[in-house]
Design a protein around this ligand. Structure first.
Ligand code: PMP
Length: 357
């Protein structure tokens, strides 16, 4: 006999769709802020040898201590900070939400921003308060401070730089929010490799601050490794919620290998920064296109007709992300992940045709 799932699953879960990932087979894939470069062959072979040495019959070291120390050294995490590892920073957002969820507790974040802040609030039964950004995608500081005063949120999320808009908020606005927030403030620095500022130096000394990062955008999206640095008190509580073996042995080994090869990834990030500048300049040259400043590995632009341009690119086997329809502030906006020089040229060739140049 068929059971009615709907009788048991929470209505707010029944009401949503699963996280959708477009099928990119056969496309130039510029929709998900990945690093377009594969590992160079010689390094891939060396990684293969390293992974072959890993004891996959054993559970991973649940503390990930070795990797934490290496992350601290590599990314300037202060000695006073404690570190938490996650299966991507997505998982860290889940753990934070689980830690604070109780009736009446809330989360505040600017909108539009990374959707998983809102989704995880919903999964955990937290009230979610989205505060619209200004039209230029800067923070509406008075509105943020008013929301914080009214809701006294358990968590405030700030993506620095922000996804999907690409800009980095004014540091002084973030500092004012950090001062005012009664609970945890998560500064999500997923795009730090492409940005000109960071709050990492405060991790461990400002008790309510958690700085979250990921190896995904650096070129390791497939291994799923995120981390957060903050006060020992917060990290200890989040650690209780962490599934004991959340970061698997292959990921631990691959991440350690990647940190040894840091120069390769830094070089790619450097190339992507200069490609971003070229792509942004070229996009701004088309009639009616507004390019928003980006400190991430993508460029968001408003175009005259986003669905039509998205389709024109898709027909030429290029997949980007349309933001049109996802939020009122993102009308006719498209998000272009920065690709290799050849991939970016392919994008611009389609735009040249499309704009009749
Ligand atoms: N934070 C932001 C702002 C993001 O844009 C993303 C990925 N799109 C993430 C976190 C999640 O990254 P991951 O789970 O791959 O570490």
């Amino acid at each position: 006999m068929k059971q009615s799932v709907a009788a048991w699953v929470r209505p707010e879960i029944l009401a949503i769709g699963a996280y959708h990932v477009a099928d990119a087979t056969g496309y130039i894939k510029l929709d998900a802020m990945e690093n377009p470069y594969r590992l160079p062959d010689s390094l891939a072979a060396e990684l293969g040898r390293r992974l072959a040495e890993v004891a996959i019959n054993r559970y991973p070291d649940p503390s990930g201590a070795g990797l934490k120390d290496e992350l601290k050294r590599a990314f300037g995490i202060p000695d006073s900070a404690a570190v938490l590892l996650g299966n991507g920073s997505d998982e860290i957002i889940t753990l934070i939400s689980q830690a604070v969820a109780r009736p009446g507790a809330s989360v505040v974040a600017p909108e539009p921003s990374f959707v998983m802040y809102r989704m995880n609030a919903l999964f955990s039964g937290l009230d979610y308060v989205g505060v619209p950004l200004k039209a230029d995608f800067s923070l509406d500081l008075p509105a943020m401070l008013a929301a914080i005063a009214e809701h006294r949120p358990a968590v405030v999320y700030l993506a620095y730089p922000n996804n999907p808009t690409g800009n980095r908020f004014a540091r002084s606005d973030v500092e004012a929010i950090l001062d005012a927030a009664p609970g945890l403030v998560v500064i999500d620095e997923a795009y730090q490799a492409f940005a000109d500022d960071s709050f990492m130096s405060l991790a461990g000394s400002v008790d309510k601050l958690l700085v979250m990062r990921t190896l995904s955008k650096l070129g390791l999206a497939g291994i799923r490794l995120g981390y957060a640095a903050g006060s020992a008190a917060w990290i200890a509580e989040l650690d209780k919620l962490r599934p004991p073996y959340n970061v698997n042995v292959l990921t631990l080994a691959a991440a350690r290998f990647a940190l040894e090869q840091r120069a390769v990834f830094d070089g790619q990030a450097e190339t992507l920064r200069s490609e971003r500048a070229k792509l942004a300049d070229a996009l701004a040259g088309f009639a009616g296109v507004t390019v928003f400043p980006s400190e991430a590995n993508f460029v968001t632009a408003r175009v005259p007709d986003a669905p039509a341009l998205f389709d024109a690119l898709k027909q030429r086997k290029i997949l980007i992300k349309t933001l049109h329809g996802s939020h009122p502030l993102l009308a006719h906006c498209l998000r272009f992940t920065v690709g290799t020089p050849d991939e970016n040229s392919a994008v611009l060739a389609v735009l040249n045709d499309y704009f009749g140049l």
